[in-house]
Design a binder for this molecule. Structure first.
Ligand SMILES: [Zn+2]
Length: 333
């Protein structure tokens, strides 16, 4: 099996989408500017590289990259002269695509392709362009250099300029199901119960499941559940709150946001157990044991939403976490 066929196999959740794109390539109908839209970690980048390989391959077979020619080899190594990737640059305070990066890309795009009959440009994280960069890109997409194909990847299509959106065809990538994520994790050697836990909290993103696996993300949900169990039995002491506050002080804001999200989802699962499919279906027996009156659950959910907003300010994380837990404790009374 060639490298790109292997990669295609990794796109388990959006197989039909990539087949459709490859068919477009076989029929010479691939759009000159396309947006791949969908949450992080569901294979947009992988799909874009598979398409790039197919578009640049010297001997494509039914629209697919052969995987063995010089072009395929260079695309796989990211050294093909007609294959250009623009990625967001991360600094301490921000992650964005700057106008200079777009200008560099344009300079490249204005040249004739070198090895192939066309050039493929991937813009990964297109929503991370600032206005100047987006307007600069718009000019190129309005009058595209002949033989140049743009693939824009975005987790937030609505953040792109309307004028860019209207000039690109959009291909939507779906969230994966927990079962798809679980099976893929098991296939990669993750133990079954861990795979189930991760698949439930990954929110449809395989990339997120992998990240959670490496960062001990399943433990975060356990901490959230444990805290709620204690609160519901009026067993959460002030010492517990200060201990947790000290732990949170070492977390990133993103991690505390995840913690809040877990608490909110667990509360919703408890409240709507009778009517909705629970998020945390693997925790059903433990959730069933938590008894909190509906009125108080709503108050706790509102508090969670409020602290989620406060998290976006510069508030001290430890104090924020402690204030949050004291509020939940007070609601239970
Ligand atoms: Zn090839």
């Amino acid at each position: 099996m060639n490298d790109f066929k292997l990669k295609k196999r990794n796109l388990f959740g959006n197989a039909a989408t990539i087949e459709h794109l490859l068919k477009n390539i076989a029929e010479e109908k691939f759009p000159h500017a396309v947006i791949f839209a969908g949450i992080e970690g569901i294979g947009k980048r992988l799909a874009a590289e598979i398409c790039a390989a197919a578009l640049l391959c010297d001997n494509p077979i039914d629209g697919e990259a052969c995987g063995v020619c010089e072009s395929c080899r260079l695309v796989a190594a990211h050294t093909h002269p007609d294959f250009y990737i623009v990625e967001a640059e991360t600094t301490k305070t921000a992650r964005n695509i700057k106008i200079g990066q777009i200008r560099d890309m344009q300079a490249e795009a204005s040249l004739r392709p070198i090895n192939s009959s066309r050039r493929v440009i991937i813009l990964d994280g297109a929503e991370l362009m600032n206005n100047a960069a987006a307007n600069c890109l718009l000019k190129t997409i309005e009058e595209p250099p002949s033989q140049t194909i743009f693939i824009l990847l975005t987790a937030s299509r609505s953040s792109l300029l309307m004028t860019i959106r209207s000039r690109c065809r959009t291909i939507n990538f779906d969230k994966l199901t927990p079962a798809q994520i679980r099976d893929a994790l098991i296939e990669r050697g993750v133990e079954q119960s861990e795979a189930t836990r991760l698949s439930v909290i990954a929110d449809g993103s395989f990339g997120r499941a992998l990240k959670l696996k490496d960062s001990g993300g399943a433990q975060l949900r356990e901490t959230a559940l444990d805290t709620l169990e204690k609160i519901s039995r009026a067993k959460l002491t002030n010492e517990d709150i200060f201990t947790l506050g000290a732990t949170v002080a070492d977390w990133s804001r993103e991690m505390f946001a995840d913690f809040l999200t877990h608490v909110q989802k667990i509360l919703r699962d408890i409240c709507f157990a009778e009517v909705l499919e629970p998020h945390n279906f693997d925790l059903a027996p433990r959730l069933h044991e938590i008894k909190i009156p509906e009125r108080k659950i709503f108050a706790m959910l509102e508090t969670g939403a409020e602290f989620y907003r406060r998290l976006k300010s510069n508030a001290n994380l430890r104090l924020l976490a402690e204030a949050y837990l004291f509020r939940l404790k007070k609601i239970i009374g």
